[in-house]
Design a protein around this ligand. Sequence first.
Ligand code: 13P
Length: 261
Amino acid sequence: MAETKRKKTIIANWKMNFTMHEASIFLHKLSDKVKAKRGVEVVLAPSIFTLQSLSLQVKKRQFKLAAQNFYWRDFGAFTGEVSIAQLKGIVDYGMVGHSERRHIFGEQDKDLRDKVAAALRSGIQPILCIGETANEREFGETGDVIYDQLVGGLTQVTSEDMKNVLIAYEPVWAISTTQNAKPCTPEDAEKAVEMIREHIRHLYGKKAGDEVRVLFGGSVDGDNAAGYLGVKGVDGALVGGASLKVDAFNSVVEKANALVS
Ligand code: 13P
C-alpha cells in the first residue's frame, strides 16, 4: 500500500464554539490562508446551527462540511433534533459517536448504528468515532473496546456501503479537553489503527480492511501532525482545539500537503 499517495482528510471539529458571526469571520480568515493540495481534503465541522450559512459562504473546492451530530430518523415529531436527511446538500460527512456524545450525552451503540445507517441512506459519509477511555486502556481493554464499538456502530452496514464509511480513532485519554490528557504516541496510534483495519478485514474482507479510511484524533496540532499523518494506515486527522486557531489548523493542513507531494 503506497501510504503517501492516499488522500489525506483533515477535519476541523469546532465542537460548541463560535457564534454565527465569529464562525463566518473565522471561515473568511481560513479561506485566505488554507491552500490544500490535490490529495488533501479539508473538512469543517461547525455547530449545526451555523452549517447553513457557512455552506453559502464556503468554496466547495476548498472546504467540505460535516455535521458533528444528527438524529437518525429522517423527519417527524422529534422536537429539538436535526436529521441527516435535513442536512442533505449541505454536508458531505456526518460524525457519529464522538466520545463527547458517548460520554457526556450517553449515546450507545444502538443509537450509533442507526445514525450510521441514516447517513448512508441520505448519501452522506458517516465518520464513526471510536476510542477507549484511560481506564479501559489501563485494564488492557483497548482492543476489545475498539472491536465492540466497531461492531456496534457497523451492524447495519453492508460490504457495499462500507466503502463510504470512515473510522476516526480518538483515544479519549488523548483528547485535549479530557482531564489529565496525555499524548498518544504515533506508535500507539499505529497499533490501534492496525487493529481497526484487522477487525474490518475480519468483518468485511481484506480489501475493505485495507481500503477503509481511518483518521486519528487527540491533541493533533501543527507540531505533532506530521508524526500522526505519517503513520502507516492513518488517512488524516480529526482536530479539535487546534482547529480553532487559523495558524495552528493551517499548519496541520500543510503537514498533510507535504505528505502528498
Ligand atoms: P483535541 O484536538 O482538542 O484533542 O480534540 C480532538 C477531538 O475530539 C476531535 O474530534
